[in-house]
Design a protein around this ligand. Structure first.
Ligand code: ADP
Length: 255
C-alpha cells in the first residue's frame, strides 16, 4: 500500500494505490502548503480506506510544499515528473499535458509516460487558478459558478490587462458598465486560454493533449482552450489528483 501526496499552493491531494495500481482511496483538501491541509489530506485518505497511520507503506511527496513533508514522506520528487506519470496512468496515449494549478501553468511533453520537455509560467499570477479565484471573489461567484457561467456568453469582451491587479480593476469597471456576468467571465476564460495556448505552442505541443490541475474542473476555461487549440482536451474527473497519483506510482516502484 503506497501513498502519494501532492502539496500544492492551493490544495493538498493524497492517493493510496495498492499493488496492481488500483486506486484504493483519495482525498483533496482545498488548502495547500503552510496550512493543516497536508495532514488533513493524509488523515482523510487513510480514513476513507479504513486504515491507520501504522498501515502506511512508502510515502512519496511532490508539489510546491513537498519539502515540508520531510518527517512524514520517505522521498520527495519533482511535480513535473509526477504529473507526467499520473497523466499517462489516466490516459496512456497523451503526448502533451496542460497543467493549470493554483499558482503556475505548465505544459509538459510526454513520451511513454516520461516527461521529455516542459515550459512554465510561475512568475506571475495571470492565467493561473489563483487569478480565477481572485476574479470569482471580485464578481461574488463561487468556483463552481465561475466555471460554468461564461459558457452562456453573448458579447465578446477582451480583458486587455496583462497583470492580475489591473485585470481586477478592469473587471470592476466592466461590472460598473453593467456588462453581463457571463460575458465578463468568458473574457477572463479567454485570457487564461490565450496564455495556456501560447505555452502549448512554445513547447511544441502535440495531440492528444490532456488538461490537469484544479482548473481542469473549470468547464469554461477548458472550452476556451479547446477552441484555441482546435481540438478536444482529454479531461479526467481525477485530473486534479494527477501529481499525487504519479507520486504513488513512483512509490510503488520503491523496494
Ligand atoms: P495547486 O496544486 O497549486 O494547489 P490545483 O491544481 O489543486 O493547484 O488547482 C487549484 C485551482 O483549481 C484553484 O486555484 C481553482 O482555480 C481551481 N479549482 C479548484 N476547485 C475548482 C472547482 N470546483 N471548479 C473550478 N475550478 C476549481
Amino acid at each position: 500500500m503506497r501513498i502519494g501526496i501532492d502539496i500544492g499552493s492551493t490544495a493538498s491531494k493524497c492517493v493510496i494505490l495498492a499493488d496492481g495500481k488500483e486506486l484504493v482511496s483519495k482525498s483533496l483538501i482545498p488548502v495547500g502548503a503552510g496550512t493543516s491541509g497536508p495532514q488533513r489530506a493524509i488523515s482523510d485518505v487513510l480514513e476513507n480506506a479504513g486504515l491507520k497511520r501504522e498501515d502506511m507503506g512508502y510515502v512519496l511527496a511532490t508539489g510546491y510544499g513537498r519539502n515540508a513533508m520531510l518527517e512524514i514522506a520517505d522521498q520527495q520528487m519533482s511535480e513535473l515528473s509526477c504529473h507526467a506519470r499520473g497523466a499517462s496512468f489516466l490516459f496512456p496515449e497523451v503526448h502533451t499535458v496542460i497543467d493549470i494549478g493554483g499558482q503556475d501553468v505548465k505544459v509538459l511533453q510526454i513520451e511513454n509516460g516520461v516527461m521529455t520537455n516542459f515550459v512554465m509560467n510561475d512568475k506571475c499570477a495571470a492565467g493561473t487558478g489563483r487569478f480565477l479565484e481572485m476574479m470569482a471573489r471580485t464578481l461574488e461567484l463561487s468556483l463552481e459558478e465561475i466555471s460554468t457561467i461564461g459558457l452562456q456568453w453573448k458579447e465578446e469582451i477582451t480583458i486587455s490587462s496583462m497583470c492580475t491587479v489591473f485585470a481586477d480593476s478592469e473587471v470592476v469597471s466592466l461590472v460598473a458598465q453593467n456588462k453581463a456576468l457571463p460575458d465578463i467571465v468568458h473574457g477572463l476564460n479567454q485570457s487564461v486560454a490565450t496564455r495556456a495556448a501560447a505555452l502549448f505552442r512554445r513547447v511544441g505541443g502535440e495531440n492528444p493533449c490532456m488538461m490537469t490541475g484544479g482548473v481542469s474542473r473549470n468547464r469554461g476555461v477548458v472550452a476556451a482552450i479547446e477552441e484555441r487549440l482546435g481540438q478536444p482536451l482529454f479531461i479526467h474527473p481525477d485530473a486534479q489528483l494527477c501529481g499525487a497519483l504519479g507520486a504513488a506510482l513512483f512509490a510503488l516502484e520503491m523496494p
